[in-house]
Design a protein around this ligand. Structure first.
Ligand SMILES: Nc1ncnc2c1ncn2[C@@H]1O[C@H](COP(=O)(O)OP(=O)(O)O)[C@@H](O)[C@H]1O
Ligand SMILES: [Mg+2]
Length: 362
C-alpha cells in the first residue's frame, strides 16, 4: 500500500469554496494532520454558477475557469503543507474532486473542471482527478463516491448507522450492522435554502437557520415540493443543480408567499426528504457532515424527525464535519495510486468495481 500523506480537495455544489485536508494514512486509523477552507469570491462563484447552465463560449470559459481553479487548489495545498510543516516529498498524491459543472449520468457523462495538469505543474505533486467518469462509463451514477470512505470511518458492528452529508446536495450512506453499504443522493441539502437566502437576505446562506427558524412551514407548498418524483425514485440515483435550481423552486411557488415562511418550508423539505429516505433502514444513529451541520435549526428538525435515534455531527466520531468529504477524496486518491477499485456498484449501479480517477504524475 502506498501509505503516507495525501491531500484531499473538495469544492462542492454549494460553490462556497475549497475544503482541503492533509491526511496521514500510515497509521491504523486515518489522521487529519491539517485542514483549511478557502472561500470563493463572489465573482468566481457567479462565473461557476453561470457555467453550470448552457451558454455562450462554454468551452473557453470552462478552460479558463479550470485554470483559475487549479491555481486556487494549488494555494490550498501550499497552505496545508505549511500548516502541517510537512515536506512536499512526503505527500504521495493530491486527490482533487474538481468543480462539477454538469452531471448527466443518464446521458453518459459527468464533468468536473479544474485543470489537473496545471495543478500537478504548480505543486510538483502527483494529482488524481476525474474520479466520477469511470463509474459513469461503467453504467453507474458516478455518485455518491463517499460511502466506501464513510464505511471505513464510521461503520460499527453493534449498530446500524447512517451518514448524511449536508452539502449543496444531500447524500446518505447506509452502513448496515452486517457490513453492507448502500447510499444515494437523497435530494437538496443546502442548495435551495442558499438560493432563497441569497435572493431575500443578500447572504450566501441562512446562518444557523435562524431566519428559517422564525418562519412557519407552508403545508401545501411542502406537500407540493415533496411530490417531486426524484424523492420516490429508487436508488441508484444522483442529482445536482440540473434538477434542484431556482427555476424548479420558482415554478412551484404560489403567489403572495412570505419569504421567511418559504425558508422554513425549504428547511423542512431537506429534513423530511432525508427522513423519508431513511424509512425502512432503521438507523440507530445518524452521523452528519458537510456545512449544513452548522444549520442548527435544520439539525433540530432532523433530530425531531428521527427520534429516538441520535443525530450527531461527525466530530463526535473523530472527524470534523467540514473535513469528511475532502478526506474521502484523499482516500480515493490512495485507492487510485494503489490500483484498487473504489466505487461501490451497490451504490452507484455500475456494472462492477472500477479503479477511479486519472493520474497526472508529479
Ligand atoms: N453557520 C451556518 N449556518 C447555516 N448553513 C451553513 C453554515 N455554515 C455553512 N453552511 C452551509 O453549508 C454550505 C457549504 O457546505 P459544504 O459541505 O461545503 O457543501 P458543498 O460540498 O456543496 O460545497 C453553505 O453553502 C451553507 O449552505
Ligand atoms: Mg463546499
Amino acid at each position: 500500500m502506498s501509505t503516507g500523506l495525501y491531500a484531499g480537495l473538495m469544492s462542492g455544489t454549494s460553490l462556497d469554496g475549497v475544503d482541503g485536508v492533509l491526511v496521514d494514512f500510515s497509521a491504523n486509523a486515518p489522521r487529519i494532520v491539517a485542514s483549511t477552507h478557502q472561500p470563493f469570491d463572489d465573482r468566481l462563484r457567479a462565473d461557476l454558477l453561470a457555467l453550470s447552465c448552457p451558454g455562450d463560449d462554454e468551452l473557453g470559459r470552462s478552460a479558463r475557469l479550470g485554470n483559475e481553479l487549479a491555481r486556487r487548489y494549488a494555494a490550498v495545498v501550499g497552505a496545508l503543507l505549511e500548516r502541517a510543516a510537512a515536506r512536499r516529498q512526503d505527500v504521495v498524491a493530491i486527490g482533487c474532486h474538481g468543480q462539477t459543472v454538469r452531471h448527466r449520468p443518464d446521458q453518459g457523462y459527468t464533468l468536473q473542471i479544474g485543470n489537473a495538469a496545471l495543478l500537478a505543474e504548480l505543486t510538483s505533486l502527483r494529482v488524481v482527478a476525474d474520479f466520477r467518469s469511470r463509474d459513469v462509463a461503467a453504467g453507474g451514477q458516478g455518485a455518491p463516491l463517499v460511502p466506501a470512505f464513510h464505511a471505513a470511518m464510521f461503520a460499527c458492528r453493534d449498530e446500524q448507522r447512517a451518514v448524511l452529508n449536508l452539502g449543496g446536495i444531500a447524500n446518505l450512506s447506509l452502513l448496515a450492522r452486517d457490513g453492507g453499504v448502500t447510499g444515494f443522493d437523497c435530494g437538496p441539502g443546502n442548495c435551495l435554502m442558499d438560493i432563497w437566502a441569497a435572493r431575500h437576505l443578500g447572504l450566501p446562506f441562512d446562518r444557523d437557520g435562524a431566519w428559517a427558524g422564525g418562519g412557519q412551514v407552508i403545508p401545501e407548498l411542502l406537500k407540493q415540493l415533496l411530490g417531486e418524483p426524484y424523492f420516490s425514485a429508487p436508488a441508484p440515483k444522483s442529482t445536482g443543480r440540473e434538477l434542484f435550481h431556482d427555476g424548479w423552486l420558482n415554478r412551484q411557488l404560489p403567489p403572495g408567499v412570505v419569504p421567511r415562511d418559504v425558508q422554513a418550508t425549504l428547511t423542512e423539505l431537506t429534513a423530511r426528504s432525508v427522513a423519508a429516505a431513511l424509512a425502512g433502514f432503521e438507523a440507530q444513529r445518524l452521523i452528519v457532515c458537510g456545512g449544513g451541520v452548522h444549520n442548527t435549526f435544520l439539525m433540530r428538525r432532523l433530530e425531531a424527525l428521527l427520534a429516538p435515534a441520535p443525530v450527531e455531527p461527525s466530530d463526535r466520531h473523530g472527524i470534523d464535519p467540514q473535513d469528511v468529504e475532502a478526506a474521502a477524496f484523499a482516500w480515493l486518491a490512495m485507492q487510485a495510486v494503489d490500483g484498487q477499485p473504489a466505487n461501490l456498484p451497490a451504490v452507484t449501479g455500475a456494472q462492477g468495481p472500477r479503479v477511479l480517477g486519472a493520474i497526472y504524475p508529479a
